[in-house]
Design a binder for this molecule. Structure first.
Ligand code: KIV
Length: 286
């Protein structure tokens, strides 16, 4: 299969007969290879790296340097999926010029598009980034970089005014030129309203089934992160549990002198062993 492009993704609307888009996060080369081999359409190098990889309590702590570092690692895997670099907090809030330069950092690191959070108020930044030839994915609803402004991780669009504001934001992002829009933590009826109101695909996370695609965080899907499970996460693996069991078995083998075995060790040739005055133990060539 050939590599997906942002213009190709823009056309993937379920109501036009497209299959739902599959997006997963990845933050390093092995993760990108796994996601790509699983057939995902899009890889988001999300600022969720702050929480699931770097151990921070929220996404506000990562910088454009951190994001470029992780985008570059993902890009080195040369995935077929489109690689989208997430713009971190404050990388597109201060000025339009900064926003373009920071988006370019992620593109130079290997992203083929960038994502940023916010609706109509981000239009000047989005237009400038697109004008500099970089595709932009929007992100509305619960935007985690607005954690403190929202007063917590709260479902958005729960009343008519808020739902209509989300529709207006999505339309503003589409008019600004976004090729797709992430919709996070909104009631499924509102996700349907937004999806019906725009021609670009919506990709939901905690937004129910009526979007043009779904995204989940790698560590959540695989059960590597098992401390919190948001309602919208479905676990398809329990890698944390399996990893702890595997590493416990390794520790036990080491402590009980069961690792390494003969076959897991290198050996001198019998001639070399003999020349060194060692007899009996050397049977194989390294
Ligand atoms: O950073 C991230 O992982 C995201 C997704 C949850 C959409 O923004």
């Amino acid at each position: 299969m050939s590599k997906l492009t942002a213009p190709a993704v823009r056309a993937l609307k379920v109501r036009s007969g497209a299959d739902p888009i599959v997006m997963l996060t990845a933050y390093d080369a092995p993760g990108a290879r796994i996601v790509d081999e699983a057939g995902a359409d899009l890889i988001l190098v999300g600022d969720s790296v702050a929480m699931v990889v770097l151990g921070f309590d929220d996404t506000l702590q990562v910088t454009i340097d951190d994001m470029a570092h992780h985008v570059a690692a993902v890009a080195r895997a040369k995935p077929r999926a489109l690689v989208i670099g997430d713009m971190p907090w404050l990388s597109y809030h201060v000025s339009v010029q900064d926003s373009v330069r920071n988006a370019a950092r992620l593109m130079k690191a290997g992203a083929q598009a960038v994502k940023l959070e916010g609706g109509a108020k981000r239009v000047p930044m989005i237009e400038a980034i697109i004008d500099a030839e970089m595709p932009v994915m929007g992100h509305i609803g619960l935007t985690p970089q607005s954690l403190h402004a929202f007063g917590g991780y709260k479902v958005q669009g729960r009343n008519q005014a808020a739902a209509l504001a989300l529709v207006a934001d999505a339309q503003a992002l589409q008019s600004a030129g976004c090729f797709a829009i992430v919709l996070e933590c909104v009631p499924d009826e509102v996700a349907r309203m937004v999806t019906d109101a725009v021609d670009v695909p919506t990709i939901g996370i905690g937004a129910g089934p009526h979007t043009d695609g779904q995204v989940l965080v790698y560590h959540d899907v695989l059960g590597i992160e098992d401390r919190i499970t948001p309602k919208f996460v479905r676990r398809y693996g329990s890698l944390k549990e399996q990893s702890v069991a595997a590493l416990t078995a390794f520790a036990s083998d080491v402590r009980n002198c069961r690792f390494p075995s003969e076959t897991e060790s290198y050996h001198l040739s019998s001639e070399a062993a003999e020349a060194m005055g060692l007899y009996g133990s050397a049977t194989k060539t390294a």
